[in-house]
Design a protein around this ligand. Structure first.
Ligand code: SF4
Length: 298
């Protein structure tokens, strides 16, 4: 049964690099190309984490979201190098307010300073690296300059979807404050191409810790062997496998969700077969929860 008024609409978008990788990898192509299953009736919410409402529903500042006491999320851009079909923000990207708007960065800085418990800023989007170097560094440096801030996390899928965007010049700028960490997303070992590995090397050798937040996706990486191959490839690239998320309950992504019992079995089998440094935490981001919930508690 389909309810047209509740359909999720998320346009296709992919850069040349992503299209070329999709031509070689079915697992990646599933993340790139829309599937008719996205239009099937799905009662999941459009915005499960309440990030709309000026994209600053909890802070009142356009582009600034606070879900947890010690950190805020700053939406730096509202587009990406490709529209990942499983994206949590698939229903809000494009329209989302960003802190790149005039006056918004100043308001975001003021908000953070008024909340001294905030020590960690996630600069996200969209993909912040669709902005030019000057624009992205203006945002990152402004947060990094605050004494209360220990970490500025640049959340970008560029190492996977646009590895040539990671230049020596950009990495040097990112590494200068000593506060920047990069969170990226690789979901399948096919994505660790020589270009992607080189992008990670440039970041790591500029003093930037790089972590990976994988999403468990049906038909992409929902097997123990694929996950293990991914973790090994990440570790070879000196990228820390950090989290494996259950695909969020976002409308239009039901076909990607892996049943909880299967996900738990994969998590257990991985834990039995790989050392702790290469073993991420398997978690779910549950709307309203005060932390990421480990699968074994669900
Ligand atoms: S890069 Fe991230 S924000 Fe952009 S579409 Fe993919 S998952 Fe969503």
């Amino acid at each position: 049964m389909k309810n047209e008024s509740q359909k999720s609409v998320f346009p296709f978008a992919a850069n040349d690099y992503s299209r070329a990788l999709a031509a070689k990898s079915k697992a990646f192509a599933r993340q790139v190309y829309p599937s008719p299953e996205e239009d099937e009736y799905d009662d999941a919410p459009l915005d499960p984490f309440g990030e709309t409402g000026g994209a600053g529903a909890c802070t009142g500042v356009p582009g600034l979201v606070q879900r947890f006491p010690d950190r805020v999320l700053a939406m730096a851009a509202s587009s990406c190098f490709m529209n990942c079909r499983h994206c949590t923000r698939r229903n809000i990207l494009g329209d989302a307010a960003t802190i790149s708007a005039p006056g918004a960065l100043a308001a975001a800085l003021e908000y953070v300073q008024a909340h001294p418990q905030v020590r960690d800023v996630l600069v996200s989007g969209g993909d912040p690296l669709v902005l030019g170097d000057d624009a992205v560094m203006r945002i990152i440096d402004a947060f990094a300059a605050l004494g209360q801030i220990d970490v500025v996390r640049l959340c970008t899928r560029a190492p996977c979807t646009a590895p040539h965007r990671i230049t020596q010049k950009l990495a040097r700028s990112l590494g200068a404050s000593g506060k920047v960490w990069v969170n990226t997303q690789f979901n399948h070992p096919d994505e660790l191409t020589p270009d992607a590995v080189e992008a990670c090397r440039i970041l790591v050798e500029s003093g930037i810790p790089v972590s990976c937040q994988t999403v468990m996706l049906a038909g992409v990486n929902d097997s123990t062997s694929t996950m293990l191959a991914l973790f090994r490839a990440l570790q070879r690239a000196r990228v820390r496998p950090y989290y494996v998320f259950q695909c969020d309950p976002v409308r239009g992504t039901a076909h990607f969700r892996v049943p909880l019992e299967k996900a738990k079995r994969i998590a257990l089998e991985c834990a039995e077969r790989i050392g702790g440094l290469a073993l991420p935490r398997f978690v779910a981001d549950v709307p309203g929860a005060t932390r990421k919930i480990p699968l074994e508690l669900l």
